[in-house]
Design a protein around this ligand. Sequence first.
Ligand code: SF4
Length: 363
Amino acid sequence: MIKNRNNPRSELFAHRIIDWQQQHGRHDLPWQGADAYRIWLSEIMLQQTQVVTVIPYYHRFVARFPTIAALAADSEDAVLAHWSGLGYYSRARNLHRTAQLIMQRHEGKFPQHFEDILALPGIGRSTAAAISAFAFHERRAILDGNVKRLLARYHAIEGYTGEKKIEAQLWQQAEASLPKRDVAVYTQGLMDLGALVCTRSKPQCPICPLQADCMAHQNGLVAQLPTPRPRKVLPERHSTFLLLLNGPDILLEKRPGNGIWGGLWCPPQVDPQLLSRTEDATAYCRQHFGTETIHTIALPTFTHTFTHFKLHITPLLLQVINKPKQIQEPGMMWLDVDDALQAAIPTPVRKLLQEIQAGRRLM
Ligand code: SF4
């Protein structure tokens, strides 16, 4: 457990946040006051994603998977389909795997001890602390992106917050500021203040409860802090998406479990250097999918940016005149475009399918 420290500035910090949360914070989020399963789910969905985006996904998810047992018993495909569009799909795969582990190791009950929570796949220190605080009222410090920004400003800590040394300083401050009681309100207050007041751009210092002794505010450093991530040029990759259409159907393949879009359904992807001419694409499809194609159209190239690289995608639209009964490659299927839009597909593929659907309506 965390040691109590009698630092008046830290105590004042916590009291102000608790008071502010009670008066101005969020009190009607659908997972507030819910069980540990729903709190865990919301915390995972909220990683990298804003509350307003998460809420409809959260409702759909708990309607389909109302318990840990229901989540564990369903297929990974169903879980990914309900995650489709939220991105960072390893979160969904870990949720599914973790639900199965909880069934095996904890008799279907979400573990209560911080160390047991932290040992589950996809749950880091800050997420485990948030679950412990909200579900079990345990005194644990959180340090998500919003809290890092808030603490870096309040204590005027310079340096990129993703750097180990700076992160250690922030953890130290996060732990030193924990109140002796009302930890759930305090934790929610930190999250609310970071999301609503001490925002990335245009923080609202005049209405902030920490304004009186915020060091960034006092020293005119608000715009400079937190120190931005050092600029890095992202590597660029290129891919051709083969959009093989036959009547209402499109050919999709399941991506391997690891790597980008792991476990999601995508059109077949090929290195563009292999297909420099239309005939190359026709021959490639004949060889790999047993199809004969007509009308090959290259759609405009667009770019999708991942955290660690940029992917330039050229979609190639191919009308297939024969749909082989047997698909020669494993992990592939023909799916009606309308049904494909309900499946586990990444956002750029969703956009392409929506364009195809819209194009058909115009024909
Ligand atoms: S005073 Fe401004 S910079 Fe300081 S914590 Fe509040 S909103 Fe953030």
